[in-house]
Ligand binder design. Sequence first.
Ligand code: AMP
Length: 583
Amino acid sequence: MSEVTSFAELDLPEALLKAVAELGYETPSPIQAESIPKLLAGSDLLGQAQTGTGKTAAFALPLLARLEAGQREPQILVLAPTRELAIQVAEAFQAYAKYLPQFHVLPIYGGQSYSNQLRSLKRGCQVVVGTPGRVMDHLERKTLVLDNLKAIVLDEADEMLRMGFIDDVQTIMDQTPAGRQVAMFSATMPTQIRAIAQKHLTNAHEIKIAAKTSTVERITQRFVLLDNSQKLDALTRVLEGEDYDASIVFVRTKSATEEIAVKLGARGYAVACLNGDMNQAHREQTIRRLKDNQLDVIVATDVAARGLDVERISLVVNYDIPYDSEAYVHRIGRTGRAGREGKAILFVSPRERRLLRSIEQATRQPIEKMTLPTGAVIEQRRIENFRAELAQSIETQDLSFFQELIASWQETLDCDSNELAAALLYLAQKEQPLNVAGQFPELREPMSKRDRERGDRPVRERGDRPERGPRQRREMKGDYTTYRIEVGKEHGVRAGDIVGAIANEANIDSQFIGNIKLFDQFSTVELPASMPQEIFQHLKKVYVRKQKLNISVDQGAGERRSVPGPRPGAGPRPGAASKRRSQ
Ligand code: AMP
């Protein structure tokens, strides 16, 4: 792990440190610890890092620190492959710059109206985050002027290459002033990316967070693919549906430790948080309570949980993905202590899949995809648990006092014993209903993954494929429909243009855009059959190479294929003691 243990050591201005502290960041991630000093010193940087490593703050914080106050023209330009990423990066800038006076960041991407973007550009902004196509448009219209640009960032450069944006990126780079700082981040380093780095970067520092190989044994590792908004629901299902003695849930920020501990507490769990804000005495007291069975769940940050050695911990939940494989190994090493078996579950959002694969490679162990317990499984477990407690009471308790009461109530309430037992059961389960109908609706996988045949196949390294031509047939499963779009070879279109436009405008992950065939006057493209009608309507109006796509279902040589969908996974075994305690 990096030697830098606090943001304060990084020589960042107070205003940024304050914002970072408020966001609950405790320590810089490895890529931040390495990149921030280099970028602060004004160097160019080539970083090999994927989403989830903290790369956005790694460039945003030092570049914000170098902003010149009082200027209205853009000083920082970030190019990102998709509108989703552009928005995310712009939001991150906004959050880090919370205490910088008069700060404006502007995301610009296709599909958004020009007039809003023009108004904001006129008003002035220090940072522009955009997709290459839209940035090019503004440069051509002279509505975006880069004369005062101090730094340009290429985020997910290999994705931009793959989506066919690389010519635009080169053109944009050529229009930036000499002497501007360049930071380029890419998950992979195919030759074209290296070539761009060689051409545009000067004495660049190269940073690669080495994935040390470490082995972990006796720990069953699984992952769940979900959106961030589904995490809390998923966590409660895991905590209720899995067998474990005690569990540790890892999150990234101290604010998240508190927030999740409060939410789990409200759901009846014996839970506490462990973070860097706690003093030693408080920390020790929490660990003692965990050892003494007074607590079953701890929500912790990496730093706070370092060295934690409690035999009872048999389940580690990685609620937020760790920054790298080393942190992952540290985390899951909190279970499987003293030769016991342990389980680790990792929550992964679609954008973090690469990080998942690099963790797998570094640990040389597969992380299996798991299915979250369904409402039916949870209901079954609750009923089993209740029955077990009932059987134990019948066996071990002296029930004569209660038997007498029952007998008298049967008479006064004029009901039979079955009715009476049902009413008592109803009252006894109110805190934790046995009938969970409606409480655990089906959790749908994020759209971009729904059509994948299995989640446990390695994500293909696709970095050095600039375009997807007719012969590069992709292996896809699920239901796809072939569409016709009214732009073809004669308009100068390339497959990459089509992937880029559809990915951005329809917000479809580019890997779910299937085969593209280019004809003279039109092209065909395979898209998920589940594509919603609004997106379809929107795509009709999108322009590529000055041609309106006017998308329609292909009536010609197009084909429609259907292959079996996801394999249903096995739910957890019912029957273990529930960790929920009545409040
Ligand atoms: P990124 O890899 O830039 O997409 O960041 C992934 C997530 O990590 C974002 O939600 C960030 O807010 C969060 N994050 C980045 N740096 C830190 C840090 N030093 N401490 C805690 N969370 C962080």
